[in-house]
Design a protein around this ligand. Structure first.
Ligand code: GLN
Length: 379
């Protein structure tokens, strides 16, 4: 097999799901909901399966889906999106990120990744022939050091990856931070590649800022996004790349040869989600705020330190006081003995860091109470 495959391992997140299933633990590792998508999507899916959508959609996305997407993005960002020039529909943000990386980078280019990071990014960089270089997000608030960031840009990277709101840290980047990143990218002529699937899962008083919507940013930002989290449809594998017409013309080629396209009936059905009124997003935010409060309430009772997430649905819990040699051992113990599965934090870090386990709380309130009660064994 190719040498590049020795540089990363199989997904630890999905490995933990397998462990949770094998020992019957409540699975708070791989981040996906255990509740149903909105009814509007379910009935649209039933209709779509009986419609004329069983052959390939247009490679870069079904026209109706792209139109609805452009309208929704305009509502959220104020950007005027041309559905025929600025969008490629992909199989989730996972494919979108791979497309963005292969579109932006030549083999040998450097790419800045904030550490801790969602595990796909280093693999995406390596698969596209690029070399990840890292800037630390420092616990407990997971802020970055401006000097360290400026130094990383001195290495003339081709791109920087910004996950906002951030998986696994829960950090929401402020407009000032995004502006600082954009200014450095401008100075060193780098792309800003964002991954924003948690755009609608943000806790007050924090507010999500779209990097692409900042003044003059559109030509430089390649936005990757997904419908998975917003509409609780992680299995539908629907995402997109949003960028300038120049970038999209190239990104379409990468996407076409990787996957041809996302599933046609699912694109048709998902239009119903994109057309949901503003109240849907307000209720989603309220529901996730309740979930966060329930789960963090139990965590507080365990006495384990953690960083309160500003957005997304993950929490990094500091398990160093439990005395395990590694976080992998700790995560296995949590799954087998406590009955709650999380992800060993080290899988998100460049440097050896065994202090954390990441739990997610995208679960029904009853599931969170059940998991929380199990965690109380620690208190
Ligand atoms: N983004 C989710 C997580 O971090 C799901 C990962 C996946 O399996 N695609 O857990």
């Amino acid at each position: 097999p190719a040498n590049r495959l020795a540089q990363f391992s199989e997904s630890v997140i999905r490995g933990m799901t397998r462990l949770a299933n094998s020992c019957g633990a409540i699975n708070l590792s791989q981040g996906f909901p255990d509740f149903e998508p909105p009814e509007a999507l379910l009935s649209a899916l039933e209709t779509a399966t009986r419609g004329p959508y069983h052959q390939y959609a247009v490679t870069w996305g079904a026209p109706g889906f792209r139109q609805a997407l452009a309208k929704k993005i305009n509502r959220n960002t104020g950007l005027e999106i041309d559905p025929d020039q600025h969008l490629v529909v992909t199989c989730g943000s996972t494919e979108a990120m791979m497309v963005a990386m292969m579109t932006a980078c030549n083999p040998g280019d450097k790419v800045i990744v904030f550490s801790p990071f969602y595990e796909n990014y280093a693999a995406d960089a390596i698969l596209s022939g690029a070399e990840p270089i890292y800037v630390t997000l420092n616990a407990p608030d997971f802020g970055y050091d401006s000097d360290e960031l400026a130094k990383a840009f001195e290495q003339n990277p081709k791109a920087i990856i910004v996950c906002n709101p951030s998986n696994p840290t829960g950090k929401v980047f402020t407009p000032n931070e995004l502006q600082e990143i954009l200014d450095l990218a401008e100075k060193h002529d780098a792309y800003v590649i964002t991954d924003e699937p948690y755009e609608h899962i943000v806790y007050q008083p924090h507010v999500h800022t779209y990097a692409a919507s900042l003044p003059g940013a559109f030509e430089r930002v390649i936005t990757c996004n997904s419908l998975s989290k917003t509409y609780s449809i992680t299995g539908w594998r629907l995402g997109y790349v949003l960028a300038s017409a120049e970038v999209i013309a190239q990104a379409r080629k990468v996407h076409d040869f990787l996957t041809v396209g996302a599933a046609a009936p699912l694109q048709e059905a998902a239009i119903a989600g994109l057309e949901l009124p503003d109240s849907y997003y307000i209720e989603l935010q309220q529901a996730y705020t309740r979930k966060r409060d329930i789960f963090l309430g139990y965590l507080r009772q365990t006495g384990l330190p953690f960083t309160e997430p500003q957005g997304a649905y993950y929490v990094m819990v500091d398990i160093s006081s439990l005395g395990f040699a590694t976080d992998t051992e700790a995560a296995e113990w949590f799954a087998r003995e406590i009955g709650v599965a999380g992800v060993p934090g080290s899988s998100f870090f460049r440097e050896p860091e065994h202090r954390f386990i990441r739990f997610h709380f995208a679960k029904k309130e009853e599931t969170l109470h059940a998991a929380g009660k199990k965690l109380l064994a620690l208190s």
